[in-house]
Ligand binder design. Sequence first.
Ligand SMILES: C[S@@+](CC[C@H](N)C(=O)[O-])C[C@H]1O[C@@H](n2cnc3c(N)ncnc32)[C@H](O)[C@@H]1O
Length: 397
Amino acid sequence: MKSFRDVAAECRQLPVPDTVAQAHSRTLFELVANEIEAEGGSISFAQFMSRALYSPGLGYYAAGAQKFGEAGDFVTAPEISPLFSHCLAHQAAQVLRELDGGDILEYGAGSGVMALEILRELARIDSLPNHYYIIELSADLRERQQQCLRNNAPQFLERVVWLDTLPDTPINGVVLANEVLDAMPVNLFQVQEGRLQEVNVALGEQGLSFVSAEASDALMSAGLSELAAQLPDGYRSEYNASVGPWLQSMAESLGQAAVFLIDYGYPRHEFYHPQRSGGSLMCHYRHRSHSDPLILLGLQDITAHVDFTQVAEEALNAGFEVSGFTTQTYFLLSLGLTEQLAENHSDDIKQQMLVAQQVKKLTLPNEMGELFKVIALQKDLSLSLQGFAMNDQRGRL
Ligand SMILES: C[S@@+](CC[C@H](N)C(=O)[O-])C[C@H]1O[C@@H](n2cnc3c(N)ncnc32)[C@H](O)[C@@H]1O
């Protein structure tokens, strides 16, 4: 295994983890190495990513390190400003009003701050849901979410329910997932002379390495071999085989509902564009981004952009209607971001500057504004959703 110092030097001066973090990472490395050996020399990248992020007690999301915010590795929209969650609350309120009440279900609630701010805004406009369900894979994050709500708004705790699995009785209301799709394990593939190959993870002399293998059924059944024939040699990208089953199980648990998935990504023709030849895998470690997922095991986030055309197709297969697709900027503006700003006006110049900075991060095209998209799905509901009032780009999917 490469030393952490070598790795840090190679990867644009990433900070060197402390000794406790290094030991933690080595333990996870042993676990992955044993699995590779047991599986005959290599595992799929999806299996590797799943271990790196979600191995109980060891994976990036499953262990105790601070991940979100200034002291962590990356910042998500709800961590940037409560205005993001307040806009979402207004979208949720429209659906809850139509249904005469109902529940909210949030997947992967991170630090819990989005749930907190949505509930605060819904309380303010007198539109609280009956329950705010949270499905969280990480026991550590679940604890942080509970702490966040307990410390900031204990009055909401009676409505917030953490679920291990989807309930048997159908949920009516709103489903939310911010930056969840990008955290799902993906398969890696490459193109060699027009042929599709899987890229697996093996043990090399210096630690983990990539090896090519026969394309798996997951890739073949997604029609990627036809796509490979049109892509240049050496082209590498990702495929998320979990999207379909995830949407399927969600659809089975919903009665009348609207689903909002917010994430960074593109329609397929941009996602698998010949010029995007290195794929979209990205790692985040203490606010530095780089593209080597095989280092800093368990200490760094690993993500892949979202193919929103795939999400739309899988959603249709699962019985949803695709009801909207737009950029984060248009979504927030349609939900009254400007009005929210005016309502929250402060005479304190410092506060004004801080809020202006936050809004820029959420909306400017070179920040989160355009790369981040929102796709809306509805089941047994055909609302004209407020978040897409200004702009709807479903035609691009
Ligand atoms: C990048 S974080 C985003 C956290 C939070 N939504 C935010 O915006 O700050 C990804 C989150 O998705 C969760 N996650 C990933 N796959 C999931 C799944 N299938 N079901 C529920 N949560 C999932 C992770 O545990 C983590 O909390």
